[in-house]
Design a protein around this ligand. Sequence first.
Ligand SMILES: [Zn+2]
Length: 269
Amino acid sequence: MADLDPEQLDRYSRHVIMDDVGPEGQAALLDARVLVVGAGGLGAPVLQYLAAAGVGTLGIVDDDVVERSNLQRQVIHGDDDVGRPKVDSARDFIAQLNPDVAVETHETRLDAENVDDLIADYDIVVDASDNFATRFLVSDACTLAGVPFSHGAIYRFEGQVTTFSGEGPCYRCLFPEAPPEGAVPDCATAGVLGVLPGTIGNIQATEVVKLILGEGETLEGRLLVYDASGMSFEEVPVAPRSDCPVCGDEPAIEAVAEASYEGRCSLSD
Ligand SMILES: [Zn+2]
């Protein structure tokens, strides 16, 4: 038995009895360090299920406070948390769910100055943000550092999710540039079906668990597009681009300081 105490053998018994997980897999989950960028719509299910699964250390980056309009979808926060920092509300939720999990809160906005230091402490990064600036920043920093990361995004009835190995392709291979300011509706006015981030965030959490266990086939090389209205999933191939400025043949960006990241939306709306 890989160092699981009797309480852990009980808590994780449905993992431990699986051949694909077992005590070794559970020990790997307990040893893993995952950074979740955003404790909002996507971050809520990601944090909830990774904590329940016993991922031993969860870092949370978010600089927002809980607003009442978040509660329609951000299920780890409650009515009493309105006005509190999301990182504090998330930490309390996780402590109540699973005391095995160490939570590291980073009440800050992820930017080109702090991203390298933040991701250096973690094995896997989950992009649960809501804006293009943060998506490019996470992708660039993780790809330059070789850290695997999960990408998820939601809009009205639609969601998309994929996994990047950190070795390329990267998010810029999929979307070379952010859409021009104003081309995509402002985050606060776009609207999102409350249940949608639950589906996309749970797929992100599933991918993280598989990466830690080294089991199954991840979404690497595939963008999964979910239409909640028609209740359908589609796959779009994600191929490396030789002209990608980060992971291509002649990269123009060799450090995040060399790119510009601008965005006006909150990290986790
Ligand atoms: Zn790329």
